[in-house]
Design a protein around this ligand. Structure first.
Ligand SMILES: [Cu+2]
Length: 157
């Protein structure tokens, strides 16, 4: 039985398309979104994106079935105040490097959420990269307000 299973495994492996075609150098870790009150018109999401490849990649956009639209933002200091700005060209993930979207820095914006983001729930997000690569990433809604100092929440859009 054991050897039959092993054989079956080999057969299946041979039947699969060549792995490098499907393999991605991109991966993500710790995707999370902030809880929002009902009726909120915006939400924010954060994630680390790792690029294991040897060429730079670019996050171009994002979308979610639970938001009317999404944007990639950064924070800049202007007249002593931190303000959000849309990254129209997207966000580069350096070769062999990583970018951490986090409060007070780059982040994803959810506009016109279709529902409140409730702690513990999952927001499905598609991250869209150059080369038309799409990563499906579930963002976990979690309250990390203790770490939000200088973050996004205090700023009107
Ligand atoms: Cu923003």
């Amino acid at each position: 039985m054991r050897s039959m299973l092993a054989l079956l495994g080999i057969t299946l492996a041979l039947a699969l398309p060549a792995a490098p075609v499907l393999a991605s150098d991109l991966s993500v870790s710790d995707p999370w979104a902030r809880p929002t009150p009902p009726g909120s018109r915006v939400g924010a999401g954060y994630v680390q994106i790792l690029n294991g490849g040897d060429s730079a990649r670019r996050l171009l956009s994002a979308e979610s079935p639970l938001a009317g639209s999404m944007e990639i933002h950064t924070m800049i200091e202007e007249d002593g105040m931190m303000r959000m700005r849309k990254l129209a060209e997207g966000l580069e993930i350096p070769a062999g490097g990583r970018v951490e979207l986090k409060p007070g820095a780059e982040h994803l914006m959810f506009f016109s959420p279709t529902q409140a983001f409730v702690e513990g729930e999952t927001i499905p997000v598609t991250l869209i990269f150059d080369g038309e690569e799409r990563l499906e990433v579930p963002f976990i809604v979690s309250d990390r307000s203790g770490r939000m100092h200088g973050g996004h929440g205090a700023h009107a859009h």
